[in-house]
Design a protein around this ligand. Structure first.
Ligand code: SF4
Length: 501
């Protein structure tokens, strides 16, 4: 008998990508196989994101197209997973009869059963399908599992289901307890729930046993890890436990909240050589009044003090951030404080978001009074500053040798391979004549020859040509000064990851 097939599209953040891996694991364990493309799949799943309106709009458009297909193929299973499933479940159930599954993030643990039930039900419906019934023939199984069930973290992960053989995400906590006024995540993802250290270490060790050498720990507020597990359970403790896995070489974590950048976490980052040398620490605004309005729980000064404490102990760490421009009532002068903070910290990367109200949040009740044009202007100002910061920081790396974890063919140039440094910078280098695919997943030394705003270009060195094994831990003095808060640098941005913390 032919195995049923699925096609899964992921939108949004890294947590969603990991959730998609877990869902795929579960489906494969149940005997499903990935389809060659969406058009040939028996089951089409969209793992959705609610953080930005744009991401939601793309899903609504996809669902419109799937409605047409469902008329011709009543056995097709259409599923909406993730945050939009949680946020819009009532609307979907009432108004989108061609959607068979609406499954929130907290119900992924038994997704295979839910999909299987819908598929059998649809196969029965297809037997009595009357094409002449027109649009009324599209009613699906109508199964809903939003907000109930067991989390995807209970899935015994198939360590072979992942996009990169040497890299993996591992969820360490779900949900968020913070009160940020603009953010829908606490509604869609629920309260913080941390996984036990033993379970995380066990999963990481299995991944490393299957060839993973770089692990990125995920949590909405990852550095709040363990608060719900009891005293002494912290991200620092978890990092130290994972650091013991012999074949693990890089250990990163996203996304951190400034309030939980504790002394013990700073000490762990300073002491553990496998911990990646960047920290995504979204500030969102440089204005105290706006930070208070957003209920971020810190002031500009307090944020800067934390950054200073970190860099005093671990000066080779680079800071990444997120900014929101055009929050309700943000004045031009308050926006200027964001711009000055960006310069003062000298971020290596920043994501800049134009504020848009998310229904169900506190801020959605405020007047969205900064015009679209002004939001666009503020956005461009920050991007220009960040680009200049990136250029200067990247220029300082020309002539250095960087250790690059090779990820594959460069997305825009098939004659090159690309990978990332321990600072998460993208490096491109020429492919060897044999194509170099055996290099994917390996760490190679690359001499940096050219700097651009969002990436570096270099020449791969033979192992014995490399001056040192972990080149970019040994940046030139000029690059290290990038972190001196009193001597802000200009560098640019490469879009990092959608994040909200
Ligand atoms: S922005 Fe981050 S910390 Fe704030 S509520 Fe959203 S997920 Fe939580």
């Amino acid at each position: 008998m032919t195995a049923p097939t699925y096609h899964l599209t992921s939108y949004g953040c890294q947590m969603n990508k990991l959730d998609s891996e877990l869902v795929e694991s579960r489906l494969r364990q149940r005997g499903y196989e990935p389809a060659a493309d969406e058009a040939s799949a028996n089951v089409v799943l969209l793992n959705t994101c609610s953080v930005r309106q744009h991401a939601e709009d793309r899903v609504w458009s996809r669902l419109g197209k799937l409605r047409i297909r469902k008329r011709a193929e009543p056995a097709l299973v259409v599923g909406v997973l993730g945050c939009m499933a949680e946020e819009h479940k009532r609307f979907m159930v009432a108004r989108m009869p061609h959607v068979d599954l609406v499954v929130g993030p907290s119900a992924f643990g038994d997704i295979d059963v839910t999909v299987e039930n819908a598929r059998h039900k649809n196969l029965e419906l297809a037997k009595v399908h009357d094409p002449s019934a027109g649009k009324h023939a599209v009613a699906g199984a109508g199964l809903v599992a939003a907000g109930i069930g067991v989390s995807g973290d209970t899935i015994v992960r198939d360590v072979k289901v992942r996009p990169h053989k040497s890299q993996a995400f591992v969820s360490v906590m779900r949900g968020c307890n913070m009160p940020c006024t603009y953010c829908i995540v606490p509604t869609t993802r629920g309260d913080e729930v941390s996984r036990p250290i033993d379970a995380i270490v066990e999963e990481a060790a299995r991944l490393c046993g299957d060839g993973v050498t770089e692990i990125t720990l995920l949590g909405q507020t990852v550095n709040a890890y363990g608060r719900d597990l009891g005293p002494g359970i912290t991200l620092a403790k978890l990092l130290r436990a994972l650091h013991e896995i012999p074949s693990l070489r890089r250990l990163a974590f996203i996304t951190s909240h400034p309030n939980f950048l504790s002394e013990d976490l700073i000490a762990a980052m300073a002491e553990l050589p496998k911990v990646a040398r960047y920290l995504h620490l979204p500030v969102q605004s440089g204005s105290d009044r706006v930070l208070k309005a957003m209920r971020r729980g810190y002031t500009r000064e307090r944020y800067l003090r934390r950054v200073e404490q970190l860099l005093a102990k671990a000066p080779d760490i680079e800071l990444h951030s997120d900014f929101i421009v055009g929050y309700p009532s943000e004045t031009a002068a308050e926006f200027d404080e964001s711009a000055s903070l960006m310069l003062q910290v000298g971020y290596a990367q920043s994501y800049v978001f134009q504020y848009s109200p998310r229904p169900g949040t506190v801020a959605a009740g405020l007047v969205d009074d900064v015009s679209k044009a002004e939001k666009e202007r503020r956005n461009q100002v920050l991007l220009t500053i960040q680009d200049s910061l990136c250029v200067q920081k990247n220029n300082a790396l020309v002539g250095t040798t960087q250790e690059v974890l090779v990820e594959g063919e460069s997305p825009k140039d098939a004659t090159r391979l690309s990978g990332r440094t321990v600072h998460h910078r993208i490096v491109h280098f020429d492919r060897p004549q044999d194509g170099g695919l055996d290099l994917v997943g390996r760490y190679v030394p690359v001499r940096i020859e050219q700097a651009m705003a969002h990436s570096l270009v270099g020449k791969r060195l033979a192992e014995n040509e490399a001056e040192h094994g972990r080149g970019d831990r040994e940046e030139p003095e000029s690059a290290r000064h990038a972190h001196d808060l009193d001597h802000p640098r200009h560098d640019g941005t490469r879009p990092h990851r959608a994040a909200t913390t």
